[in-house]
Each structure stands twice: as C-alpha cells, then as structure tokens.
Design a protein around this ligand. Sequence first.
Ligand code: 2AL
Length: 174
Amino acid sequence: MRNEDSTVRNVLQEFDEASVDDAVKTLLPLCGSPAWAHALVARRPYADTAALLAASDEIFPTLPESELAVALSGHPRIGERMGGDGTAASLSRSEQSAMQSADEQVAADIVQGNHDYEARFDRVFLIRAAGRSPREILAELRRRLDNDDAAELAEVREQLRQITRLRLEGAYSQ
Ligand code: 2AL
C-alpha cells in the first residue's frame, strides 16, 4: 500500500513540477480541450488525486460551447472501428470495448442513431461508454435525440466531464 501511495505521489509530483507546456501536453489526450488543460495546469500544485479530480470538475461548467466542440472533435464515434496508436485512441478503444460484443441489430441501430444525431445537432454523439452496455448506449442515444439544444448541450458537458474524470483517475491513481 505504501508503495502504491508513493507511486501516485510521484506521478502527481511530476505533473506538478513539469513545465506548463509539458503538463498541458500530458493532459490533452484526456479531454481534448486546450482551455480545460490550461485551466487545470494553472491550478497546480495538487495535494492528491482527489484535489486534481475536484479541480477538473470545477472547470467544466466554465468551458464555452466552442471549447466543447473542439474536445468532441477528438472523440471517435461510438461503435466506429478505431485505428491510431495515440493515447486518446487507445483510451477510446478501451472505453468502447463492450461495443465489440454488441449484437448486429444494436450495432446497426447505433450507426443509424449516430447519423441522425449528427444531422440533428451537428456534432458527434458523445457518451461515457465505460460501464454501459451497447443496448444502454442505444437507449441513451434515442432518448437524447429528443432533447432541445440547451438540454443536449448540458448532457454533452456532463458526459465529457465523466469521461475526463475516468481518464484522470486512470492516469493519476495507479
Ligand atoms: C467515446 C469515447 O471515445 N470514449 C467514451 O467513453 N465515449 N466516444 C463517444 N463518441 O462517445
């Protein structure tokens, strides 16, 4: 346990002590928003992982819609075959791993739902995939298609916050 604690401390300490540029670079694949990354770096140092996660949560409500759009453009569609060997691509693959066992009809309905969502809202459908089955994702996709613009933007912000929080936990809690 002591070893695990000191490993966490070292990763966080390294982050706290890195140059602004290096710290921002390590954060970018975790969310895709430069404004979020800069804001989180500006609040260093962090006493522990909980403080880092709390700061990230506080930044999300302050991000303008344009910044959410930038972050979303770095997230692949749900169910789409993902290539790439960058950190963000490998995180997405792991988060969406349950999609590989989706039954054919559910997978096809998600492809159609993604298309309908993009036609309606002009951006990629974003959902925290980790912990959700393909059927649950499809149900959420269909439910959210009925949202008005403001309600859907609030959902996008919340999903991005959750995805980012899981990624931060993965990077700074081991
Ligand atoms: C993703 C992704 O890459 N990871 C996740 O949880 N959701 N993409 C998406 N379009 O929702």
